[in-house]
Every structure is written in structure tokens, then in C-alpha cells.
Design a protein around this ligand. Structure first.
Ligand SMILES: [Zn+2]
Length: 265
């Protein structure tokens, strides 16, 4: 394997904390060296450029949460050098997240998943000094294809206020299960939602919000994130008819990790 370069981005919940030591240890364990470190204060424009799979109108929830997560405190970018640095950086990301992450908005560290993404993001984040000035190149497409989109909730909801109200719960090490939404007065059956990696926060929340008439957006976000974090949970209870109807709407939105069962006791 050739010596090569990659980067990791230490997010605000890592960059100013003693978790940096765990990252340094993981870098050393992979046989890589930190060639360069730069503090970086990400702006919403940076976030849009770095995660181009999330669009302006189709991922308004993701952008609202990422803005709160990444744009309110400094991050740090580390240029790494060593054998097979791209794959090693991904392993470092997985190792740190598996130990410390508390969901998608408390996951400490980013590394590119594709060589094209690595080139685009590294060229945006690095180049602040001679050590990291050499551009990254990739024969793969530099932009990531858009991911499944959701409804544009901006016209009807104050999204920054929504994010602030949910933020403490999303940072919790051991979050409590949100109560399932009540579809009617006969809670004998339940709709279950599992983690669905084919969907985004926006597409999954939009599906849930459409399938559970009357649910608040905040409740739909909490249920979606909790299902993603623990692998699955009941999201609504009601009569067999109401539960079947909601299940069909979820399926019509392309959600495959959902099902119907008895209400939790
Ligand atoms: Zn540098």
C-alpha cells in the first residue's frame, strides 16, 4: 500500500475535549501521523458545500440540526499521512463513534466515505499552510448524489426553535424512549419503525409526519431519531384500521423498515 493522505474532522463535541486524545491514539494505532492540524469554524455555507448530498429545499431538518451542531463552536481538521490513509481514516471514524457517539448530532468525528468526497472536502478544509497545500485529486465524481428528500417545513415551523427545544435530548447518553403517537382511542395495535439507512432524517420524518395525522414535527423527529439510534421502536398506537392505514402511508413513502404488531404493554 502506498503512503497517502486523508483527513478527519473533529466536530465541536470532540475538538475541545479530552476525546482528542482518543483520536490521536486511534491515528497512531493505524500507523498514521498527523501532518497538520487546523482549527476551523464552519459556517452554514461550509456545511452545504461539505455535505452536498443534502439540498437546500429537500433537507431543511438536516441543515437546521447540522447548523446547530457544527456552526456554533469550533471544529478541528487533521491532515493524516500514512499507509492507505483513506481507509484508515474511515476506520478511525468508526472506532471513535462506536465508543462515544450519541446519535447523528453527537458523533464527534467525520471522515470521507468515498474518494471523490475526500477530494472535495479536503480541498475545502485544508490548504492553510505549506504542509497541507497540495490539492487532493480523485477520478471519481467530486459531488455526492442527492439523498432522499423531505418536505420543506420552513414555512410552517420555526426550525431553529425546534432544534433548540430538542437539542438536550439529542445529546443524551441514554435517551428515554419517546411515547408512541396515539392515532385514536383504541390503542390495541402499533406501528413499528426501524433504522432505515436508505432514508435521511428529512425523508423519514416526512413519511412519519404524513403517516400519523396530527403529530407534531418535534414528536416525529424524536421518534425517527430514536428508532435510528436503538434500531427500532413503536411510533404509534391505535386501532387495527388506523395502524394499517399509517403503515400503508409509510410504505408509500418508501419506508421498508416498518411493520405492524400488538401495542407495547
Ligand atoms: Zn496545514
Amino acid at each position: 500500500m502506498n503512503p497517502s493522505r486523508a483527513f478527519v474532522l473533529l466536530k465541536p463535541d470532540c475538538s475541545g475535549t479530552d476525546r482528542r486524545a482518543a483520536v490521536d491514539a486511534a491515528v497512531a494505532a493505524e500507523g498514521l501521523v498527523v501532518a497538520c492540524r487546523h482549527p476551523v469554524s464552519l459556517t452554514p455555507a461550509d456545511v452545504r458545500f461539505l455535505w452536498s448530498e443534502y439540498t437546500e429545499d429537500g433537507h431543511v431538518l438536516m441543515h437546521a440540526f447540522l447548523g446547530r451542531y457544527l456552526c456554533t463552536a469550533p471544529s478541528e481538521v487533521l491532515l493524516l499521512r500514512g499507509p492507505d490513509a483513506f481507509a484508515a481514516a474511515r476506520r478511525i471514524k468508526r472506532a471513535i463513534r462506536s465508543r462515544y457517539a450519541n446519535g447523528p448530532f453527537a458523533n464527534l468525528i467525520h471522515a470521507a466515505e468515498h474518494p471523490g468526497e475526500l477530494a472535495r472536502q479536503a480541498n475545502h478544509l485544508l490548504g492553510h499552510c505549506p504542509e497541507c497545500a497540495a490539492p487532493f485529486v480523485s477520478s471519481e465524481p467530486l459531488t455526492s448524489p442527492p439523498r432522499p428528500a423531505g418536505r420543506d417545513f420552513r414555512g410552517e415551523t420555526d426550525l431553529p426553535a425546534l432544534v433548540e427545544s430538542l437539542w438536550p435530548a439529542l445529546q443524551s447518553v441514554d435517551p428515554s424512549a419517546p411515547v408512541p403517537y396515539c392515532l385514536d382511542r383504541s390503542p390495541v395495535a402499533a406501528v413499528y419503525l426501524g433504522a432505515d439507512r436508505a432514508h435521511t432524517l428529512d425523508s423519514a420524518v416526512t413519511a412519519l409526519w404524513s403517516a400519523l395525522p396530527g403529530i407534531t414535527l418535534a414528536h416525529a423527529v424524536l421518534l425517527t431519531l430514536y428508532a435510528g439510534r436503538v434500531g427500532g421502536c413503536p411510533v404509534a398506537v391505535g386501532s387495527h384500521e388506523a395502524v394499517s392505514r399509517s403503515h400503508r402511508v409509510l410504505q408509500a413513502h418508501g419506508i421498508t423498515t416498518c411493520g405492524v404488531g400488538p401495542a407495547p404493554s
